[in-house]
Design a protein around this ligand. Structure first.
Ligand code: IPE
Ligand code: IPE
Ligand code: MG
Length: 252
């Protein structure tokens, strides 16, 4: 159970991405409907966002609904859309007051009108937040994002703005929906599964992965700080040797 004081402020990740998983199993374990788990998940997000802001994290990117989640039973999808609208109503004022900027990844055109309007409005009203950016991945799939990125680049080539030889890794990063954001240093998945489920495939190329069994509704500030403490204990070598990394640390 880590606390904020235990963390090294000089080695804080700028960007933490989370696969908030386990809502359904959390609810089932208590004999409740799955939607109760999703509702409790909004409370967890509230707490984790606050804890992330206090830790000085600049971007928190959360997976709320994948392109594959449309395959769930209609009642669950409907309940999730209603909860998004409910969550925005409940949280909007505090988000703005606390300096949270809201951004969306994914195609929200498939969001029902009532939820989309609230989301867009909240994004507009929270656009000047300076404390932390909450990036909500909704109807998001990384392969879908990459296909869109390739289309954008191909159009630039067609228009003569770019040649094929000029495409670099940076060109791809700059044409993703996450353009301008740093890549996540840390990816957390709650709920026990050890997979990335089509999340940020390009962006997590060198992220540290952290999996925990805690179901998302039970994940809070101390669980977030546990994950960051674990991350801070790792040696990020980026292909170099440990001796090289340690030498570089000494030079700092
Ligand atoms: C994550 O929890 C939330 C969404 C995918 C919307 P789940 O709903 O996947 O919960 P489990 O994994 O079935 O327990
Ligand atoms: C990933 O969770 C998507 C979200 C957390 C929104 P899932 O529960 O949908 O992923 P799988 O099906 O276990 O891979
Ligand atoms: Mg799941």
């Amino acid at each position: 159970m880590a606390t904020l004081e235990q963390l090294d402020k000089s080695r804080m990740p700028k960007h933490v991405a989370i696969i908030m998983d386990g809502n359904g199993r959390w609810a089932k374990a208590q004999g409740k409907d799955r939607s109760e788990g999703h509702k409790a998940g909004i409370g967890a997000l509230h707490n984790v966002l606050e804890a992330a802001g206090k830790a000085g994290i600049k971007y928190l990117t959360v997976y709320t609904f994948s392109t594959e989640n449309w395959n769930r039973p209609k009642e669950e999808v409907d309940a999730l859309m209603n909860l998004i609208a409910w969550g925005i109503d409940k949280e909007k004022e505090e988000l703005i007051r606390k300096g949270v900027r809201l951004q969306i990844l994914g195609d929200i055109d498939r969001m029902p009108e009532f939820a989309r309007t609230k989301t867009m409005q909240c994004m507009e009203e929270a656009k000047d937040g300076k404390v932390i950016t909450l990036v909500v991945a909704f109807n998001y799939g990384s392969r879908n994002e990459l296909a869109g990125t390739m289309q954008r680049i191909a159009r630039k080539i067609q228009a003569g703005e770019l040649s094929a030889d000029e495409i670099t890794e940076q060109t791809i990063s700059d044409n993703l929906q996450t353009a301008g954001m740093p890549d996540p240093e840390l990816l957390i998945r709650t709920g026990g599964e050890q997979r990335v489920s089509n999340y940020l495939l390009w962006q997590i190329a060198y992220s540290e992965l952290y999996f925990c069994d805690t179901f998302w509704p039970d994940f809070g500030a101390s669980e977030l700080y546990d994950a960051i403490l674990d991350y801070q204990g790792r040696e990020r070598r980026f292909g170099k040797t440990s001796a090289q990394v340690q030498e570089e640390e000494k030079q700092k």
